[in-house]
Write a protein that binds this ligand. Structure first.
Ligand SMILES: Nc1ncnc2c1ncn2[C@@H]1O[C@H](COP(=O)(O)OP(=O)(O)OP(=O)(O)O)[C@@H](O)[C@H]1O
Ligand SMILES: [Mg+2]
Length: 463
């Protein structure tokens, strides 16, 4: 272990370097006019070498660019060091892009940051110089004792990369891309997709769903994002398909938003009705980014697509029409092999109407039945909407829970009733009335032409 104080020359070097740099600038401006460029750069590097003392420290230079492309280590260092800024730092830079939730604070040039890893210390320094073409060249210098070289390369820098990824993800604003929306994406390379921030507040905590099913989905997502190497090993594209089915208002779209918020993946909302050819579909799918969820809602309404497929046999323009089979081919083939970490979600209100090709084993990896609200689901809604919990010992609460378990009511309907009053008792009374009415209606439908008194009873409750 050594301390930064033992770094023999850092502070002294800095002032020496500062005066050296000042005199160099003066000399340089004179030399600019007198000495030709190749000789000038030779002299500069020779002087630099003479003035740099030998030390027990090693310095790694991390440039912003590797040729034309950006250097991931540099980007990671920039993000990581934001969390390490100390009160002694004197100059900072702030920025914020549309993709970020918070203002970003980074260090200004020539500022230093100390860090500690395992049992040794490291010093970061941010440099920004102007190249001969008057372009800014940014880099970090990482200085530490020579004997920690292996640890820095094998453990510390991978750690910095990992931490930066985590920090970036927690700061990321999830976006929803839609081709029908006005085009105001601020990013390049997004094809025809326009984007807005996903403001959907749905999370796994707010979803009224069977707790075991919720856990299964979360575990499935976690496993999926962890398994890059597994997918590579077995030669499968790194993608996962989910089919969400159930009546309207059971939370299919809310679950998609919860998945996106959980994984911090952007959503691409694909409306099949607006796509007219395979080539258009190919272009659209290829212009979606990795780590995203591609959503095709109400796939059963694309039954029309199958009809189109049949019509195509008589249609001279058939090669320009979009077919269900081409969509499925994209999912299985071409597109999936050039994208990573893709999730595809189909939703439907009528699973039974779907083309069997879509339900074939291996096509959609997970089928999730989004069903009517259960007593457990109600607990979550009551807690979200009214702030009440089952341990409140409220008689009305228990009655409502029982009614929900025995009625086909969607979470959307329950939520709507709960929003009608801020007063928990009033809201629960309203919900109880609503559920009784619904139960009677259900029974009446089941027993058509049955007892008219029940219908009247339902009408009375409506008022
Ligand atoms: N399981 C749920 N948990 C919490 N809120 C829900 C749930 N299901 C529905 N809701 C509420 O009802 C609203 C409508 O639900 P959502 O749009 O997710 O249903 P859907 O199943 O996608 O319906 P559709 O089939 O009509 O598209 C949501 O904004 C939310 O407020
Ligand atoms: Mg929906």
């Amino acid at each position: 272990m050594f301390s930064l104080n033992e770094m023999p020359s850092t502070t002294a070097l800095f002032s020496a370097y500062a005066s050296f740099t000042a005199s160099m600038m003066l000399v340089r401006s004179m030399a600019d006019q007198l000495i030709p460029h190749p000789l000038r750069s030779y002299l500069t590097s020779a002087l630099h070498y003479l003035f740099t003392p030998l030390s027990s420290n090693l310095t790694i230079v991390i440039d912003e660019k590797c040729g034309m492309t950006s250097n991931q280590v540099y980007n990671a260092a920039e993000v990581y060091l934001r969390t390490k800024i100390s009160p002694s730092t004197q100059r900072l830079r702030v920025s914020k892009t549309q993709r970020q939730k918070n203002i970003t604070v980074t260090i200004h040039k020539d500022e230093e940051i100390n860090d500690k890893f395992d049992n040794f210390l490291l010093k970061w320094r941010f440099l920004c110089t102007e190249s001969e073409h008057r372009q800014e060249r940014r880099s970090f210098e990482l200085t530490f004792h020579k004997k920690f070289k292996e640890q820095v390369l094998e453990s510390y820098l991978p750690y910095v990369l990992l931490r930066a990824k985590e920090i970036k993800e927690s700061d990321k604003v999830v976006k929803i891309y839609n081709r029908a929306r006005p085009y105001y994406s601020d990013e390049e390379g997004q094809g025809d997709w326009g984007s807005i921030n996903l403001e959907h507040p749905s999370t796994f905590d707010t979803l009224a769903m069977d707790p075991d099913l919720k856990k299964t989905i979360k575990d499935d997502l976690d496993r999926f994002v962890r398994r890059r190497d597994f997918y590579k090993k077995v030669g499968k594209a790194w993608k996962r398909g989910y089919l969400l089915y159930g009546p309207p208002g059971t939370g299919k779209s809310s679950l998609i938003a919860a998945m996106a918020n959980y994984l911090k993946f952007d959503i691409y909302d694909l409306e099949l009705s607006s796509i007219y050819s395979d080539s258009e579909l190919r272009w659209i799918l290829l212009s979606t980014a990795n780590r995203s969820i591609l959503v095709i809602e109400d796939i059963d309404c694309s039954v029309e697509m199958q009809d189109r497929e049949n019509q195509n046999q008589h249609d001279p323009d058939s090669h320009t029409k979009l077919t269900l089979s081409s969509l499925l081919n994209f999912i299985d083939g071409l597109w999936s092999s050039c994208g990573d970490e893709r999730i595809i979600v189909f939703t439907t209100n009528h699973k039974e109407k779907l083309d069997p090709a879509l339900l074939r084993p291996g096509r959609m990896d997970v089928h999730i039945n989004m069903s009517y609200c259960s007593g457990n689901g109600f607990k979550i809604l009551a807690s979200n909407y009214l702030g009440i919990h089952d341990h409140c010992q409220n008689q009305l609460y228990e009655e409502v829970q029982g009614l929900i378990d025995s009625t086909e009511v969607t979470p959307a309907e329950v939520a709507e009733e709960l929003m009608k009053s801020d007063d928990a008792d009033v809201a629960l009374e309203g919900l109880a009335r609503f559920l009784k009415r619904k139960k009677i209606e259900e029974n009446t439908v089941k027993d058509k032409g049955g007892d008219q008194i029940e219908v009247q009873e339902a009408k009375r409750l409506k008022t």
